[in-house]
Design a protein around this ligand. Structure first.
Ligand SMILES: [Zn+2]
Length: 136
């Protein structure tokens, strides 16, 4: 449970702009309910109340990133000491994407090359197969 005064520390986030008109508000219990991962949510709450986000070691930074996006938490709240961990996922993801792309390019070029050389063999073995082999 979080006090709304704590959330007001961070203006312009989804948490500071909670409205009782929101579909997440339960007028009977007089509280908001969000179906979020409690551990990741805790990290966000701690970050908001302390003004610094520290990366927990047991939660993937991608989850924290999603959580920050969901609550519209600015990236500059990530503390310097945890910035590297926070960015690591993104960097590795980018490297993985680049690699995948390179492999795909290589494979498509390779496949293309194979096709051409097959054609070539056919032509050499069977003159008359195409105009190509008729060229003298
Ligand atoms: Zn830290």
């Amino acid at each position: 449970m979080v006090l709304q005064s704590t959330l007001a520390n961070f203006p312009n986030t989804k948490l500071s702009d909670l409205s009782q008109l929101s579909e997440n508000y339960d007028p009977l219990e007089k509280e908001y309910f969000f179906d979020r991962d409690p551990e990741a949510f805790n990290v966000i709450i701690n970050a908001i109340s302390s003004g610094e986000l520290h990366m927990p070691t047991h939660i993937c930074s991608a989850i924290i990133r999603q959580e920050m996006e969901f609550w519209k938490i600015p990236l500059n709240i990530v503390s310097e000491c945890c910035w590297k961990v926070f960015c690591q996922f993104e960097e590795e993801n980018q490297i993985r994407k680049n690699l995948k792309q390179e492999v795909e390019i290589y494979e498509s070029e390779h496949r293309h090359g194979m096709k051409n050389s097959n054609e070539m063999w056919k032509n050499l073995e069977n003159p008359g197969h195409s105009n190509f082999s008729l060229v003298r």
